[in-house]
Design a protein around this ligand. Structure first.
Ligand code: PMP
Length: 394
């Protein structure tokens, strides 16, 4: 476990990574950013205490120490006024999106999503046969006037949405952050049209600026807003640990769901280790360090884009998170571009996966700066820039 020699190497290929390639699609933390030694110490210490606590079914709501830690942290840092009845532990944010969709919707129900939005969430909504209505975004996030138009259409059809799913801060895939004014306007709309706001807040800790807008949950006073969080981006996705904030009734409803009744709380073994790790102060120290690491990676990517992309290509300038969203010139279809890039061992996430209507993303791609070493990031962008130039020759 102490041997870090395989870090990001060809032998070690997490989800979807082709050995020997430059995986600019991978939205995972780089191995050298995962604090495995601190973790090992925490595991050893947990085994020397009340070891059976690790191996039993857990409380449905999740590990009480972890809940308490997160509640105090939110109250202190964001001046929220929550109690342990407002928070439950989940098997990652993905577990939360699935649970919310299961319990708040039925097949055929309507929800609102951004256009583009997070690909894997769209996948979950499709699995549940949900009718997704996509609202366009600009550099300030979702366009409120467009949301009003869609809501009016839905009202006339008598199919108002059950919820609005949004990644409000450093969005996956664009890196864009929704402005506070728009968040406030959307909260008013949610009250007027009666839908829940589901904010997938997995990147807000990875920020390169001092201030970010308050969460929907905070702005709405904890009413009618569900806020998901995760340890995947600041610790490691293999832990499968996240949380959900909501009002007491909503949390109670989720905690008493069949899945949690039957299986106990989310991953009690891991939750105990994560709780001990966080309570030691190590998580907060690690996050501070991580911000600098990711900011440097973002800067490497932005500098390489500036140096190697022709003027016909544009991209976003994220203030945090993992991603840069690239727009190709009109004459290049991303599916063709992807084929050629893959032949040159560079992999990115095609823009088409992030849209309800895939064709809307036919000139876009997402680059992730979280996973690859600096040199690979540069080399990958050099290759992509070269390919755009080759495809642009008359
Ligand atoms: N939501 C968003 C917006 C994400 O980008 C990701 C990671 N790709 C997830 C959720 C997954 O989070 P978790 O590992 O906690 O399930």
């Amino acid at each position: 476990m102490n041997d870090q020699s395989d870090s990001n190497s060809a032998q070690s290929t997490p989800q979807g990574v082709v050995a020997g390639s430059i995986p600019l699609f991978a939205g995972h933390p780089s191995h050298d950013l995962i604090p495995i030694q601190d973790f090992q110490r925490t595991v050893e210490s947990a085994f020397s205490q009340n070891v059976w606590r690790l191996f039993d079914y857990g409380d449905e709501q999740g590990n009480p120490d972890l809940i308490q830690f997160l509640v105090e942290r939110f109250n202190q840092r964001e001046h929220l006024n929550i109690t342990s009845d407002n928070l439950m532990i989940l098997a990652g944010s993905t577990g939360g999106v699935t649970m919310i969709t299961n319990l708040l919707t039925q097949a055929g129900d309507t929800i609102l999503v951004d256009s583009p939005s997070y690909r894997d969430a769209l996948h979950i909504f499709r699995d549940h046969h949900i009718d997704m209505r996509a609202i366009p975004i600009d550099e300030g996030g979702v366009i409120v006037a467009e949301m009003v138009k869609t809501l009016e259409t839905l009202k006339a059809e008598n199919r108002l949405p059950k919820f609005y799913y949004v990644v409000p801060t450093f969005q996956n895939p664009t890196g864009i952050t929704l402005s506070q004014a728009r968040r406030e306007a959307i909260i008013e709309l949610s009250q007027q049209y009666g839908f829940v706001i589901v904010e997938d807040d997995v990147y807000s800790e990875i920020r390169f600026v001092d201030e970010i807008p308050p969460s929907f949950f905070g702005l709405a006073g904890g009413k009618n807003a569900l806020r998901l969080g995760t340890f995947s981006k600041t610790l490691s996705p293999g832990l499968r640990m996240g949380w959900l904030l909501g009002d007491t009734e909503q949390i109670q409803r989720f905690v008493t769901s069949g899945k949690l009744r039957m299986g106990g709380g989310a991953n009690p073994f891991t939750a105990k280790i994560v709780a001990d790790y966080c309570k030691s102060g190590a998580w907060d120290t690690h996050i501070e360090w991580l911000r600098g690491q990711y900011q440097t990676r973002r800067d490497v990517a932005l500098t390489a884009l500036k140096q190697h992309m022709p003027d016909s290509v544009t991209w976003t300038y994220p203030q945090g998170g993992y991603f840069i969203w690239v727009t190709l010139p009109e004459h290049i279809h991303v599916a063709d571009f992807e084929k050629i890039a893959n032949q040159n061992d560079v992999y990115f996430a095609s823009g088409m996966g992030f849209y309800v209507n895939p064709d809307d993303g036919k000139h876009n791609l997402r680059l992730s700066f979280s996973f690859v070493p600096h040199d690979d990031m540069k080399r990958g962008i050099v290759v992509l820039g070269q390919l755009v130039k080759e495809l642009s020759v008359e």
